[in-house]
Design a protein around this ligand. Structure first.
Ligand SMILES: NC(=O)c1ccc[n+]([C@@H]2O[C@H](COP(=O)([O-])OP(=O)(O)OC[C@H]3O[C@@H](n4cnc5c(N)ncnc54)[C@H](O)[C@@H]3O)[C@@H](O)[C@H]2O)c1
Length: 316
């Protein structure tokens, strides 16, 4: 290990990207942050603004705007560039536009000599993670999508509220496509170490049908937020910082990221949101849960929908 500071390059400093930069600075996770965007003025302004917060930050950090040549020695390149969902638009509607943008960015990043880890957040995130893997030629372990990290966080927050328990003690995953076909894994959900259905038996006010309502609210939260304020960015930004920290600090944390399935859950050749172990070298393993027949069917459906959309775009 050298004492070189950890370096993150962020491509796309719109709502999600700049929120990520702000959260990264506030948590003191990286030694250096370089920002790139087609809107250069914006990255210059963001660098100035963020630097002025350094006297209040928990750790020293170099923050600047830059270009693709800065990626050659980056530990992580984070992709938050591209068009965002408009009201009523699904994440899959964005696929063609954002695949083209991702291709041009990944080619420039790789031309710098980059040999680190990609984190992808742009939507549709599972397809763009696959595209980044294809376009970059990097090992699959080193291309990680934000997957259902945010959906899972939304579910845990809402369950914490429902059960009046600290959200950090709620253990429940949303898996599958980050989008309309995702699913909750109730068969492996728990509060502390108590399985969720056992916890619910403690009080008749808890109803199994409420769980489905909570899941639907978590799944559709982005639509509600976009209707109200045009975009979602704080939650995902914090999720991306959590992922960045798990990588840079070699945490071996389990997070529901978009990762490559190579036979796990009987699927191959797809990036999809699944709990996986995140380390300094990327993904070291996928968590294999014994799903119920219904959960398995829903995961199969999610993957089928994703693959159909993927087949409609040029990923070469
Ligand atoms: N994964 C998640 O959970 C999640 C959550 C929220 C948003 N998103 C996605 O993140 C992406 C960004 O959302 P946003 O709200 O920040 O959008 P935004 O429009 O505010 O920002 C996008 C940025 O990308 C830049 N950009 C566009 N083309 C570029 C290129 N070729 N090279 C460099 N920069 C380029 C734009 O100039 C802009 O600054 C969207 O695809 C959105 O759907 C993902």
């Amino acid at each position: 290990m050298s004492n070189r500071v950890s370096k993150v390059v962020l491509v796309g400093t719109g709502a999600v990207g700049s929120s990520y930069a702000f959260a990264l600075l506030n948590q003191g996770i990286a030694g250096e942050l370089v920002m790139i965007d087609v809107n250069k003025e914006k990255t210059e302004g963001d660098a100035m603004d963020l630097n002025h917060g350094l006297p209040f930050a928990p750790a020293k950090m170099i923050i600047r705007h830059g270009d693709y040549s800065d990626c050659y020695n980056a530990d992580i390149v984070v992709l938050t560039a591209g068009a965002a969902q408009k009201p009523g638009e699904t994440r899959l509607d964005l696929v063609e536009k954002n695949t083209r943008i991702t291709k041009s960015i990944v080619e420039e990043v790789m031309a710098s000599g980059f040999n680190g880890i990609f984190i992808v957040a742009s939507n549709p995130v599972d397809i763009l993670t696959y595209a980044t893997w294809k376009f970059s030629g990097l090992p699959k372990e080193r291309v990680i999508g934000s997957g259902t990290i945010l959906d899972t966080a939304r579910l845990r927050y809402m369950l914490g509220d429902y059960f009046n328990v600290d959200t950090r003690n709620v253990h429940a995953y949303i898996i599958g496509e980050h989008g309309d076909t995702e699913l909750p894994v109730w068969s492996h959900a728990g509060i502390g170490v108590i399985p969720i259905f056992d916890w619910m038996r403690k009080d008749p006010k808890y109803k199994v049908e409420d769980l489905n309502d909570i899941f639907v609210q978590a799944r559709d939260a982005a639509y509600r937020i976009i209707e109200k304020k045009g975009a979602t960015y704080y939650g995902i930004a914090m999720g991306l910082v959590r992922l960045t920290k798990a990588i840079l600090q070699d945490e071996h944390s389990i997070l529901t990221v978009s990762t490559y399935l190579d036979g796990e859950y009987d699927h191959k050749d797809v990036f999809i949101g699944i709990p996986a172990i995140v380390t300094r070298n990327g993904i070291s393993g996928v968590i294999k849960m014994e799903l119920t027949a219904t959960e398995k069917d829903r995961l199969n459906h999610s993957i089928r929908v994703l693959k159909e959309t993927m087949n409609s775009v040029n990923l070469s």
